[in-house]
Design a protein around this ligand. Structure first.
Ligand code: SF4
Length: 310
C-alpha cells in the first residue's frame, strides 16, 4: 500500500483506493457529488487506476504524481484479473466497518458487490493497452463505468468506439482554453498536446448519443479560472451532455504547488457556472456544496436523463 493505494492484479500495476465518499456513505456522512448529479451509489463504487502512468503532470492534481511514468512499461494484466483482485481488495479494505457502530448494515452488505467502477483514481486510463477489454469486462459483470481522460489520446477514443467498448460515461478534463494555458495547467510542454486535446473534443462531439459524455473543469484562481467565453466555445464544440464546473480543492500535494488562496469558494463557482450556462445555452442544473461543484446539462433531455445510475 502506498498513500492508501492498494495494488491489485498479478503484476500490481493497477490499484484501488477506497474513496473518502464511499467511507462517508457507509457511516451516514453523506454521498459524493456524482451521487447527487447522476445517482451513483457512493458505497457501491470501486475507485480504480489501471496503471501508474500519465503523460501530464498537472500542478492542480491532488494525487502524488512524482512516481508516475509517462508511457506504459511492462506487462498489462488481464481485465478479469484486475477486476477480481480489485473487488477482493475493496471487500478487504471495508472489513473494518463491520465493527463500526455507525455503519449502515444494509449499505455495508451492498458494498460487498460494487456496481460501479470509476477509472479515475490515478494516471491516464487510455495508456492501459487493454482499456477496451477492461470496459467490456465491467459491462459483462453488469457494472457501469466512468473513464476520466486527459484527452491526449483521441486515437484510443476512436478505438473504444470501433470496438464497442465505450464506458457508461466518458470524461475529458477541461482545464485550459488554448495551447499556452494547456501547457501551464497540464505541465505538458509537448507542442502537439493541445492539438491532441482538441482532436479529443472533436471525437467527443462524434460520440454524441453513443455514450454519456462529460467535461470536467477543475478551476483554481490565478491559474485557470476565468475566460468563460473561451471555455464556452470548447464546451459547445464538444457537444458534451454534461459539464462539471468544479473548484480545485486545496488537498494533497497540490496544496503546496498552488497555495490555499487559489481555492475558489462555492459562490465563485456558482457565478462562473452561471456565466458558462448563459454563454453556452446549457442548463444550470444542480450543485453539491461540499465539493464546490455545479452541473450544467446540455438540454432538458440531458437533465431528465442525468440520474441514470440511481
Ligand atoms: S463516483 Fe468518484 S467520488 Fe463518488 S464514490 Fe466513486 S470514486 Fe468516490
Amino acid at each position: 500500500m502506498r498513500a492508501g493505494y492498494f495494488f491489485v492484479g498479478p503484476s500490481k500495476h493497477a490499484a484501488i483506493k477506497v474513496c473518502a465518499w464511499t467511507k462517508k456513505a457507509l457511516i451516514g456522512g453523506g454521498e459524493c457529488y456524482k451521487h447527487a448529479f447522476y445517482g451513483i451509489r457512493s458505497w457501491r463504487c470501486l475507485q480504480l487506476a489501471a496503471g501508474m502512468y500519465c503523460d501530464n503532470s498537472c500542478p492542480h492534481c491532488w494525487r502524488e504524481t512524482s512516481f508516475l511514468g509517462k508511457t506504459w512499461q511492462g506487462a498489462a494484466d488481464s481485465p478479469s484479473e484486475i477486476i477480481d483482485s480489485a473487488i477482493e481488495a475493496q471487500r478487504h479494505l471495508l472489513n473494518g466497518f463491520a465493527g463500526n457502530p455507525k455503519a449502515d448494515v444494509s449499505r455495508l452488505e451492498e458494498a460487498q458487490a460494487p456496481l460501479h467502477v470509476a477509472i479515475s483514481l490515478m494516471g491516464e486510463p487510455t495508456l492501459y493497452p487493454r482499456l477496451s477489454e477492461l470496459i467490456k469486462e465491467i459491462r459483462d459483470r453488469k457494472m457501469t463505468s466512468f473513464v476520466v481522460s486527459n484527452g491526449l489520446h483521441p486515437e484510443v477514443l476512436r478505438l473504444l468506439k470501433e470496438e464497442h467498448a465505450l464506458p457508461t460515461q466518458l470524461y475529458l478534463s477541461l482545464n485550459a482554453w488554448d495551447a499556452a494555458s494547456f501547457a501551464k495547467a497540464s505541465g505538458n510542454l509537448s507542442s502537439s498536446a493541445w492539438l491532441a486535446f482538441l482532436e479529443s473534443i472533436a471525437e467527443m462531439k462524434r460520440l454524441q448519443g453513443q455514450t454519456r459524455t462529460v467535461l470536467r473543469m477543475t478551476l483554481a484562481k490565478g491559474f485557470n479560472f476565468g475566460r468563460a467565453k473561451e471555455y464556452s466555445e470548447i464546451i459547445k464544440a464538444s457537444g458534451c451532455d454534461y459539464c462539471e464546473v468544479k473548484a480545485w480543492m486545496a488537498l494533497g500535494s497540490s496544496r503546496e504547488r498552488l497555495g490555499v488562496q487559489a481555492m475558489p469558494s462555492h459562490q465563485e463557482i456558482t457565478v462562473f457556472a452561471a456565466e458558462l450556462a448563459s454563454q453556452t445555452g446549457y442548463l444550470y442544473s444542480v450543485e453539491h456544496i461540499p465539493s464546490r461543484v455545479v452541473l450544467l446539462c446540455r438540454d432538458a433531455e440531458a437533465a431528465r436523463q442525468r440520474l441514470l445510475f440511481s
